[in-house]
Ligand binder design. Structure first.
Ligand SMILES: NC(=O)C1=CN([C@@H]2O[C@H](COP(=O)(O)OP(=O)(O)OC[C@H]3O[C@@H](n4cnc5c(N)ncnc54)[C@H](O)[C@@H]3O)[C@@H](O)[C@H]2O)[C@@H](O)CC1
Ligand SMILES: [K+]
Length: 470
């Protein structure tokens, strides 16, 4: 599990640890890890040209001490001081090691720029001198390694209301922060490298499943399992307008853990589903969970969906089905899978607002409708009504293709029917969906059906303990 803590949690853990260690120990741990990560990033140290952007806080201190270590190994290190309060001991150490103070002009010929402008003490945005330095790096194509996080992002929300650094690598300390996992800030981090500094942290409110977590949660068939005990999913999807959605959702569902899929919908669509998957049973019967909504268009039967929402079986509500959701009733076992536009409609706000503040709106909808929300996007945010959040960060941008959401709905529905609770079904489903997309895409385009076709292989790799980069 990858954990992301709030600034307040990190500060408390740091204070507790600092009280037990000699002064400066934590910063030395951070700076040592940072220097190693920078040297790995540029591939050589001797003769490398490193420019540090140094703000007024300890984030700048980390950069200065890392610069000192690189200078001792023969790098040419130049500090651009963005404040007259740059960490005095760190600056002295850099100068003793042979580094020097320079200006924004030095950026043009640098191999790497180190962003020590602000860390967890920073407010969103960049002041003019910092912005000019960052723009110089961008203009000259010099990669930026961010210390702790790209300066200018909102650390605790992942929002980027104004100018911020776009890093090629982020080196963070002790734990991940929320901005590393939630877009749009996550997209500005590049790969995130975690340096352990020994913090003792409380449970995190935002987490991200890794391969081992998915393996531990996945519902496995047992020796005595039959098609019913493995779980039966009822699928209500597709319409004369969008028959393909039913076929694609069924493909996603059958790639999950269920023993049987029942399809309920117009005869012509049922025929298409059974032509693609002869094993599907058409018509009502006992199910362990429902997946409702993909491609229903205006054939949505609101009364029927509300009846299902009020019944005991877990329900996944997708796409057009979301129009049947209201705030009344007990929705403990309901999982909704909107994209930003659908969530915006549910909450009565603009889509752009949801895209800019994804964590906030996923949590808001979860609380307001008393459901688990899976907000689709480049990073998928899954929020429970009690505020617990899981994030899936590994999707390829090639997954933004028609029908991909139907695959996800079928797969998550299948996991619900297999016995997972909505939070686990959503997070395992999002992980395997992204892993399947990575296999299907392999760096190029892929259709939704091709993604669905790779879910079984992605699952096999997870169960065999092979990290497929999902
Ligand atoms: N506290 C610790 O034990 C450790 C801290 N570490 C580093 O220390 C950082 C936190 O240091 P600080 O608490 O000093 O905070 P920062 O280094 O984030 O800097 C805060 C300072 O920047 C100013 N500031 C805020 N927003 C700004 C903006 N947008 N533009 C320009 N200036 C702005 C504030 O007035 C404040 O003086 C961490 O992110 C991490 O890099 C690491 O060394 C690990 C150990
Ligand atoms: K930074």
């Amino acid at each position: 599990m990858r954990h992301a803590h709030t600034v307040e949690q990190v500060r408390a853990a740091e204070a507790e640890l600092m009280a037990r260690l000699p002064e400066g120990t934590l910063m030395q741990r951070a700076a040592t890890g940072l220097a190693v990560a920078i040297s790995n990033f540029i591939g050589h140290v001797y003769g490398a040209r490193v420019v540090l952007l140094v703000g007024s806080g300890d984030n700048g201190g980390d950069a200065l001490y890392a610069g000192e270590k690189l200078a001792r190994r023969g790098a040419g290190v130049i500090a651009v001081l963005l404040s007259d309060k740059a960490h005095p001991a760190g600056l002295a150490a850099l100068l003793v090691a042979g580094g020097r103070v320079g200006s924004t002009e030095d950026i043009a010929t640098a191999d790497v720029v180190v962003d020590g402008i602000v860390g967890i003490g920073g407010r969103p945005g960049l002041k003019p001198q910092a912005l000019a330095a960052v723009q110089a790096a961008e203009e000259h194509g010099v990669p930026i390694v961010a210390v702790d996080m790209p300066s200018g992002v909102d650390v605790d929300t992942g929002e980027t209301p104004t100018e911020h650094v776009k890093a090629a690598l982020t080196v963070t300390f002790g734990t991940h922060k929320i901005c590393h996992l939630i877009d749009p800030a996550a997209a500005a981090c590049g790969p995130v490298h975690l340096v352990e500094i020994g913090l003792d942290l409380p449970p995190a409110g935002v987490q991200s499943l890794q391969t081992a977590d998915v393996r531990a949660l996945y519902p496995l068939p047992r020796g005595e399992s039959d098609k019913y005990s493995r779980g039966v999913l009822g699928l209500i999807a597709g319409s004369s307008q969008y028959p393909g959605a039913a076929v694609i959702a069924a493909t996603g569902a059958l790639a999950g853990p269920i023993g049987m899929l029942r399809y309920i919908g117009p005869d012509s669509v049922a025929e298409a589903v059974r032509a693609a998957h002869p094993e599907v049973v058409a018509g009502e019967g006992r199910v362990q969970a429902w997946a409702v909504g993909s491609g229903l268009g205006d054939e949505l039967d609101v009364a029927k969906v509300r009846e299902l929402l009020d019944a005991e079986e877990p329900v996944l509500l997708d796409a057009d089905g979301l129009k049947a959701l209201d705030e009344s009733g007990d929705h403990d076992e309901v999982l909704i899978t909107p994209h930003a536009g659908e969530l915006a409609r549910l909450l009565g706000v603009e889509r752009t607002v949801v895209e800019a503040e994804r964590l906030k709106h996923a949590r808001m909808a979860a609380e307001q409708f008393d459901v688990t929300v899976l907000l689709k996007g480049s990073t998928t945010v899954i929020a429970r009504p009690d505020g617990e959040v899981r994030v899936n960060t590994n999707a390829t941008a090639w997954l933004a293709t028609a029908g991909a959401g139907d695959v996800l709905a079928g797969l998550c529905g299948s996991l619900l029917a297999g016995g997972l609770n909505p939070l686990d079904a959503a997070s395992v489903g999002a992980y395997l969906h992204a892993a399947a997309a990575n296999l299907a895409s392999a760096g190029g385009p892929a259709t939704a059906i091709q993604v669905a076709g790779k879910v079984a292989e992605a699952t096999r790799l997870v169960l065999l303990e092979i990290d497929s980069g999902g």
